[in-house]
Design a binder for this molecule. Structure first.
Ligand code: AP5
Ligand code: MG
Length: 214
């Protein structure tokens, strides 16, 4: 099962992708998490990506595409995966399509987690992220058991550098300009499914399970 998560920054792509990965036993691949891990480890890729991420801009396709294609070629991806944050531009989607076509494969579902802009800024300021394992919390909706500490791995939780309100507004603009066209792209392929992302997260997940099958 090959799934793409679409949706604005903060729509809940990561939250739902993790739940899908757990239930269906496929790897969760987040390009954002890969970049943040590289930033944390001080790699060359991380240093380059951070320049763009901190401004709410997209990391250039040349850097992003190779990382993703290498990752989906790993052995654990042979029965499928859930992509979170990739593709984010039409050229990225075309490269992915081409790579899959060479293997005689296609994307099964592109799930758009739909949340209006008004709700987004509020969500982001409450988010806390674990840069070590990628787990995400929300001060109101999903608080960790111990403040500031990840339930899953015990490491420190942080407010992401790009979750400052002015950067979030920029990310929303970039989303509408560059990523939203993917909704038509996948709709034309007949694989687009839309879920209402303003519902509580368990209800969003129930809607997704209805689409994917139990
Ligand atoms: P990335 O990490 O992908 O960030 P994003 O798309 O901006 O999305 P977020 O991770 O912020 O939000 P999300 O939809 O995963 O929401 P979450 O589940 O956390 O990318 C970061 C940056 O990396 C980009 O800006 C770009 O620079 C670069 N990048 C990454 N991929 C790239 C690519 N392919 N090409 C180029 N550049 C790339 O939820 C948000 C909050 O809301 C959480 O606190 C959560 O607990 C809470 N929440 C979730 N669901 C609900 C709900 N139903 N009700 C209430 N609260 C909820
Ligand atoms: Mg995310």
């Amino acid at each position: 099962m090959k799934i793409i998560m679409l949706g604005a920054p903060g729509a809940g792509k990561g939250t739902q992708a993790k739940m899908i990965a757990d239930k269906y036993g496929v790897p969760h691949i987040s390009t954002g998490d890969i970049f943040r891990a590289n930033i944390k480890n001080g790699t060359e890729l991380g240093t380059e990506a951070k320049k763009y991420m901190d401004q709410g801009l997209l990391v250039p396709d040349e850097l992003t595409v190779k990382i993703l294609l290498d990752r989906v070629a790993d052995q654990d991806c042979k029965d499928g995966y859930v992509l979170d944050g990739f593709p984010r531009t039409i050229p990225q989607a075309q490269v992915l399509d081409k790579a899959l076509a060479q293997l005689n494969e296609t994307i099964d579902y592109a799930i758009d987690v739909d949340v209006p802009d008004e709700n987004i800024v509020k969500r982001m300021s409450g988010r806390r992220a674990c840069l070590a394992c990628g787990a995400t919390y929300h001060m109101e909706h999903v608080p960790p058991k111990m403040e500031g500490t990840c339930d899953r791995c015990g490491k420190e939780l942080v407010l992401r550098d790009d979750d400052k309100p002015e950067t979030v507004l920029n990310r929303l603009k970039v989303y509408h300009d560059q990523t939203q066209p993917l909704i038509d792209f996948y709709s034309e392929k007949g694989v687009l499914r839309t879920v209402d992302g303003t519902q509580p997260m368990e209800d969003v997940f129930r809607s997704i399970v209805k689409i994917l099958g139990a």
